[in-house]
Design a protein around this ligand. Structure first.
Ligand code: ADP
Ligand code: MG
Length: 393
């Protein structure tokens, strides 16, 4: 997806105030009624409609008048809110080229004020689900677990929490710098995804390191669940970094064994095909390494001893709650869709709108303030950084 951050230069205080108002309204509405946006934004000199038109022009909002006149954020709109918050916090000053596109994320280089380049991952979890939602009414009675804003934010929160904890426990992962909404900023990994590597100097060593990581993770109570050549980065010294954590599960998950075996199988298959490794031989070379392994040299999930202070338990205290985990897992495991319409109780829209308006109103002031007063700062910094780093738009 194209991320033209230059648009930020043309957005003013009122634009961000209205954009934030739409975001707040989306806590309760898939499409936020225009009149509610106006009430939340409370622009000093009015003119919400004009601002909405401007945001629409820049594709930060989507207009929908099928049931009533209203708007929702686009991914771009949500991106801009996150990016602006990051800039306000001084996490980075400019956005550069896109370095990765996943099914459910877009990855960009970003630059710090001192020129250091970091990686910014924008989560897109729920993109598919969101389009597929065919709710008869737009009012979401409960804070919806199936809303893409919510899911993408959860994915980012989970990724950040896991990356930090894994780093603390000495796993080779990027350094987790900051997160906001659906956005995670981390150190830029030097090197390439393993999938792009055709030759290795020491394929056996690299293979053993990677399998060793799967085992060490399980000893700490975790399974990556998407451990493959796309999520393993390798540099010129054949040093490994693992990435991409939103789908990780605890070894106490009911399908833990299956996920573990699948991760192991992926690595075996890749090394067999790409580097012609014959595992029985390479493992025989390593003294005592077949302990806890099956005949083909694959580590056995049941033989793994968990060390004290399981990482998955520590993570529960990281701000990523059990409920968050259940919500994201339900989505990842594909149940979200069927649950979407489970609550079909009819709601008096007008009454609830008023109620939502009050709730949103009380949330809005602090959040809106957070976004105020930084416009000029952003503009100056982003221009300076572009000039000095020559980064792409
Ligand atoms: P997805 O969940 O969409 O698969 P990933 O986290 O795996 O997202 O990232 C997708 C791609 O972006 C990776 O394969 C890698 O090429 C690149 N990438 C991700 N994180 C970094 C990083 N910290 N440094 C460098 N490249 C990265
Ligand atoms: Mg990935």
């Amino acid at each position: 997806m194209k991320l033209d951050v230059d648009v930020l230069k043309y957005l003013y205080k009122d634009d961000f105030r209205v954009l934030t108002a739409v975001e707040l309204g989306m806590r309760n509405h898939e499409i936020v009624p225009t009149e509610l946006i106006d009430r939340i934004a409370r622009l000093k000199h009015g003119g919400t409609y004009k601002v909405l038109k401007n945001l629409l022009k820049h594709k930060l909002l989507h207009h929908d008048s099928s049931k009533y006149d209203g708007f929702r954020l686009t991914y771009l709109g949500y991106d801009f809110l996150a990016i602006k918050t990051m800039v306000n916090k001084g996490v980075f000053v400019a956005v550069g080229r896109q370095i990765g596109v996943g099914k459910e994320s877009d990855i960009f280089e970003v630059a710090r004020e001192d020129g250091t380049v970091l990686a910014m991952k924008l989560h897109r979890l729920g993109r598919v689900s969101f389009r597929a939602v065919k709710s008869k009414r737009d009012y979401l009675r409960h804070r919806s677990s199936y809303n893409w804003l919510y899911l993408s934010r959860l994915a980012a929160l989970k990724e950040f929490a896991f990356m930090k904890a894994l780093e603390t426990h000495g796993f080779p992962v990027p350094n987790a710098v900051e997160h906001n909404r659906h956005c995670v900023v981390m150190s830029l990994v030097q090197g390439y995804p393993l999938v792009q590597v055709k030759q290795l100097q020491n394929p056996e060593t690299v293979f053993e390191t990677i399998i060793g990581l799967v085992v060490r993770l399980a000893e700490r109570g975790l399974i990556h669940c998407d451990f493959n050549e796309f999520n393993i980065m390798i540099d010129d010294d054949e040093k490994i970094t693992m990435i991409d954590f939103p789908q990780m599960v605890s070894v106490s998950h009911r399908n833990a064994q299956m996920y573990f075996d699948r991760d192991v199988e992926c690595i075996f298959k890749f090394f067999r095909k790409r580097f012609n490794l014959s595992f029985e031989e390479s493992l025989d070379d390593m003294d005592g390494s077949d302990e806890g392994r099956d005949g083909a040299g694959k580590p056995c999930f049941s033989a793994i001893e968990r060390s004290a202070g399981f990482l998955d338990r520590e993570l529960a205290a990281s701000g990523f709650s059990r409920k968050d985990e259940e919500d994201i897992q339900r989505f990842i495991e594909g149940k979200a869709e069927s649950d979407t319409n489970s609550d079909s109780e009819e709601v008096d829209l007008v009454e609830d709108l008023n109620e939502a308006g009050t709730i949103d109103g009380s949330y809005s002031s602090d959040l809106l303030e957070q976004n105020e007063g930084y416009e000029s700062q952003w503009k100056e910094k982003s221009c300076e950084a572009r000039e000095s780093s020559g980064s792409e738009k």
